[in-house]
Structures are given as structure tokens and as C-alpha cells.
Design a protein. Structure first.
Lengths: 327, 147
């Protein structure tokens, strides 16, 4: 027993956290797919899924079963190994940011002092997965989609970094625990409204969602980078996309919307996760709302918007923040 | 430089206007009718295939087998069969055959009937694999639907 008692606490903490996180990722995808279809329906005067279970609540579970039962087809001229690795690459990095995410004061697996940088590094690995998928499919639509994804992510990663950096300047720490702790009186979104706006717009682009869903633009590229994928491999890309949505929304919550701060609840150190999830799901509702309102932008419009508006604005914002903090 | 900022503000304004449209749609009632469970009310002027009208008192069909509808029908899809039973003064109807594959629901039979013994039904769920399934005996149909 001495041996177990002498193990570092992380030895137990991280497996437990990862188990919880992976279940969270799957549950989130189930809920989000259902909500997305329901909200889309109601925004178009329809009902959305209604058949499986009460108001169609079991629809996504049934869809998952159907996707699992389907055959995984590898095209003849595709690069077999890369083609199989790409969906895993899309899914795995999407899970890792949750390890440092401060869900509640005591619900954070590890609070590393470069939390934000870790999350951004992991989140941008998703582009690699999309690129590998498009390249390995050996399909013109796949390749075009993944090329678009890469240039889009390069353009939008910069405003994301600048806007988060201006929040970091105010707090003076990269650790997410410190950033949330700083917001006990005033949320950073009130100090840095422009940074919040820029972050949120560019994170929608980062997750490849409408109106910035050019990598999978159905009307031009059939399905873009996942044209050749079927069954569970396709489902993993979707899972990755919805997890990515959750990641960017929870970063926005933690950095700009005060994280777990909210009205007091019993057992606040754990139960304040409710506030965190409420804010995160509100942001995700906004993303769904964007998707069913705005038409897809053209590629030159997409890049112009980033290079002409988002990057200069975030740079100026960063500069002003730096000067104010220094004074 | 001026265009740069006007573009930004008009763009932002149009985006917000668009979002207002969709959120209004989100909270307004849906128009979907969940068909097998919910059905729309069929309007009075709906024309299904014709059926015979029965007399309220006797329950027998009002039709006197005069054959006016048969003669009036432009696609000749009605065949009225009758016989004169012994001890009865009038002819009585034995079968009222409607070939619905040829009927164009023009309604001349309904208009020509001197007794108002034919009317439109509300039947819209018709399907079948053969032509013969659309050859109805409306007398039989009336007896089946009344009991």
C-alpha cells in the first residue's frame, strides 16, 4: 500500500479527469447534434426530429448506432494509413484542452501556467487532421477543402491569439485558473469588449462552421475534406467539430465571461460548473444561430475580413491594452 | 478610408437584422402538420371520387337508376345497372359502377342528377397496384360505409 500512497496525485487525477472529459465530449456531441437540428428546424418553422423518443431526443443515439454499423470504405487510390489516422487525429487533440479547463474552482484536472497556449496549440492540431484527411483521400474536393481549411486557419489563428493576449495582458497570467480568479468582480468581457467580439468571430471560423464553413462547402465541394469518409470515421470528424465548438466556447467563457463565477449555489466549489456550462451553451447557441442565419462567405471575403478587419483591430486593441496596463 | 468604416458598420447592422429575423422565426409557431397523427381539415369544396347519397329516412340510396349521370359523363366512366323486381313499380339499383381511372372529377354527374343522389367524397388516400382496384361499385361502397 505504501507504493500506491507514494504515487504523485496526478497519477490518479489525470485518468479520472480524462474519463470524465471523454464522456463529456460524447454527451456534448449527442446534445449538440440534437439541439442543432431542433433549433435549425424551429428557425425554419419546422419541428426538427420528432420520431425517435419524446420529441426525437433519441435521434442522435440512433444515428450513432447507424453510423457505427456502416462500412468504412477506403478509396483504392487513397493513402490507406493516413486515411485511417486522420479521423483519430481530428478527435484526440479536441479532447486534450479539457484537461486544463477550469470548470469549477475544484473541477480542474491540472492548472498549468501556460494553460491558454496549451489549449491553442491543441486546438490548432485539428487543422492538421483536416489537411491529412483531404490529402490522403486523393480526391480533388477533399484536397481543395483541406487547402482552404489551412489558409483559413492561418488567417484566423492570428486574431484569436491577439484577442486572447489582450485579455492575458490585463490579468498578467497565462494560467486559466488565474484568469477566471481575476474576474470575481468584473468580467473581462466588460474591459475587453472588442477582444471578445474578435475572439468569438474568429473562433467560429476556426471551428469551420457556417458562415465560414468553406472547407466543407456542400454546394461547391460536395463535402470538402470528408467527401470520402463514411461510417464512424465521418462521425469522428463530426465529433471533433462539435468538441471544437465546445472548446472555443469554454475558452470564451473562461477568459471573457467570468468562467464559473455566478450567483452562489450550495457546494459552490463543485456546483458552479452549472454557471460555466450555462455560459458555454449560450455561446454555442449563438454559433448555431449564426449558422442558420448567415449565408456562406466567398473565399476572398473570408480572407479579406480577417486581414483587413480582424487582424488590424485586434492589433490596435492589443497595443492600447499594453499601453494602459503599463501606465 | 471612409468606405472602410461604413462597410464595417453597414455590414454589422445587416448581420444583426438577419439575426433578428431568425430569432423571430425561432419563437413563432411551426407550420408543420405531423401528417399521420394530425390532419388538415378538408375544405368543403374538396372533390374526392363520387359517392351515392342515402335517404335519411329509409337508409336506402336516393338513386332511382334513371341513368342521367351515365349519359352526362364525358369520359363514360359510370355504368348504372338496374332491374325491375316483381311486384314493384320502380326500377331498383343493383350496381353503380364507377371507373375511377378515367374520371376527371369534372362533376357533370353531380350537377345532372335530378335527385341530388350523388356527391363528392373526402377520399384522398387512394392507392393500388392494379387498374381493377379503382373500379368501384358505389352501391356496395355505400352499404359498407353506412354499416
Amino acid at each position: 500500500m505504501d507504493f500506491i500512497a507514494n504515487l504523485p496525485p496526478h497519477f490518479f487525477r489525470i485518468p479520472i479527469a480524462l474519463t470524465l472529459v471523454i464522456s463529456l465530449v460524447f454527451i456534448n456531441a449527442l446534445i449538440m447534434v440534437y439541439l442543432e437540428r431542433k433549433i435549425a428546424g424551429h428557425m425554419q418553422f419546422r419541428l426538427g426530429p420528432m420520431e425517435v423518443g419524446w420529441h426525437g431526443v433519441l435521434q442522435t443515439a440512433i444515428d450513432a448506432v447507424k453510423l457505427m454499423s456502416k462500412q468504412l470504405i477506403v478509396p483504392e487510390k487513397a493513402h490507406t494509413k493516413l486515411f485511417r489516422i486522420a479521423p483519430l487525429l481530428a478527435f484526440t487533440p479536441a479532447v486534450l484542452p479539457f484537461v486544463v479547463m477550469p470548470f469549477a474552482p475544484k473541477l480542474q484536472a491540472v492548472d498549468i501556467n501556460i494553460g491558454i497556449i496549451f489549449i491553442l496549440a491543441m486546438a490548432s492540431l485539428n487543422v492538421m487532421a483536416i489537411f491529412v484527411a483531404g490529402w490522403a483521400s486523393n480526391n480533388k474536393y477533399g484536397l481543395l477543402g483541406s487547402m482552404r481549411s489551412v489558409s483559413q486557419n492561418i488567417a484566423y489563428e492570428i486574431p484569436v491569439l491577439f484577442s486572447l493576449l489582450s485579455a492575458v495582458f490585463v490579468v498578467g497570467s497565462f494560467s486559466l485558473g488565474d484568469i477566471v480568479g481575476y474576474q470575481s468582480k468584473i468580467w473581462l468581457f466588460m474591459i475587453q469588449p472588442i477582444a471578445f467580439l474578435i475572439y468569438f468571430v474568429s473562433s467560429v471560423a476556426e471551428t469551420n462552421r457556417a458562415p465560414f464553413d468553406l472547407p466543407e462547402a456542400e454546394s461547391e465541394l460536395t463535402a470538402g475534406f470528408h467527401t470520402e469518409y463514411s461510417g464512424m470515421a465521418f462521425a469522428l470528424f463530426f465529433l471533433g467539430e462539435y468538441t471544437e465548438m465546445f472548446v472555443v466556447s469554454s475558452i470564451a467563457t473562461a477568459v471573457f465571461l467570468g468562467g464559473w463565477h455566478g450567483f452562489p449555489l450550495p457546494f459552490f466549489e463543485y456546483s458552479s460548473v452549472v454557471w460555466f456550462l450555462l455560459k458555454t451553451y449560450f455561446l454555442m447557441f449563438l454559433m448555431i444561430w449564426f449558422r442558420w442565419t448567415f449565408p456562406r462567405v466567398r473565399f476572398d471575403q473570408l480572407l479579406n475580413f480577417s486581414w483587413k478587419y480582424l487582424i488590424p483591430f485586434s492589433l490596435v486593441n492589443l497595443l492600447i491594452t499594453a499601453v494602459v496596463v503599463k501606465l | 478610408m471612409k468606405k472602410y468604416f461604413t462597410d464595417l458598420f453597414t455590414g454589422a447592422k445587416s448581420l444583426i437584422e438577419g439575426m433578428v429575423v431568425t430569432i423571430k422565426a425561432f419563437f413563432s409557431p411551426v407550420v408543420t402538420v405531423q401528417y399521420p397523427r394530425e390532419k388538415n381539415i378538408i375544405p368543403n369544396a374538396y372533390r374526392g371520387h363520387i359517392v351515392l347519397v342515402s335517404d335519411d329516412k329509409t337508409g336506402e340510396p336516393k338513386c332511382i337508376a334513371c341513368g342521367t349521370c351515365e349519359r352526362a359523363c364525358p369520359s363514360s366512366c359510370i355504368k348504372v345497372l338496374s332491374e325491375k323486381k316483381e311486384g314493384e313499380k320502380k326500377k331498383s339499383l343493383t350496381a353503380f359502377n364507377l371507373d375511377f381511372t378515367r374520371c376527371s372529377l369534372c362533376g357533370i354527374c353531380v350537377e345532372s342528377c335530378p335527385l341530388g343522389a350523388i356527391e363528392y367524397s373526402n377520399e384522398y388516400n387512394l392507392s393500388g397496384f392494379t387498374k381493377e382496384e379503382f373500379q368501384y361499385d358505389l352501391l356496395k361502397y355505400l352499404k359498407e360505409s353506412s354499416c
